[in-house]
Each structure stands twice: as C-alpha cells, then as structure tokens.
Design a protein. Structure first.
Length: 75
C-alpha cells in the first residue's frame, strides 16, 4: 500500500462522519485491519487517543447510525 493510500485511510479513520464500513467498501480493509494500520502508522499516544475516541462510537458503524427506535411519547 502506498503512502498516499495510507494517509487517506488514516484521515478517513479520524473523520467522525466516515464509518469503518465506508473504509472497507472503498479500500477493502476491515475494521480490525484499519485498527492494525493505525497502530503501526501512529505514535502510541496518538493511537490510544484515536481508539478512545472511536470506541463504541455509533458513527463509525453504518448499522448503528440508522434511526433510533420510535419514541414512546409519539403514540
């Protein structure tokens, strides 16, 4: 993988609006592969900051970004 592609993937991984699913569709890397790439390309402290930021974040997963269930107050 060339440096330009690696840089693009890192930028997408940092972007709050880009999901791991979008990265996989565009570059063919699974979430685990993106995590490994980030770990190998970033300083340890930067990697830890990124992991803390994206862990459990719904926006990083297309399925979790879908609409919330209907509110019971709407009945």
């Amino acid at each position: 993988m060339d440096k330009a592609t690696i840089s693009e993937i890192i930028g997408m991984a940092w972007d709050d609006e880009t999901s791991f699913d979008q990265i996989e569709r565009q570059h063919g890397l699974s979430e685990g592969e993106v995590i490994r790439l980030m770990r190998s390309e970033m300083k340890p402290s930067s990697f830890r900051m990124w992991r803390k930021r994206v862990s459990g974040r719904a926006a990083k997963h297309d399925q979790r970004k879908q609409k919330m269930p209907k509110n019971s107050f709407d009945d």
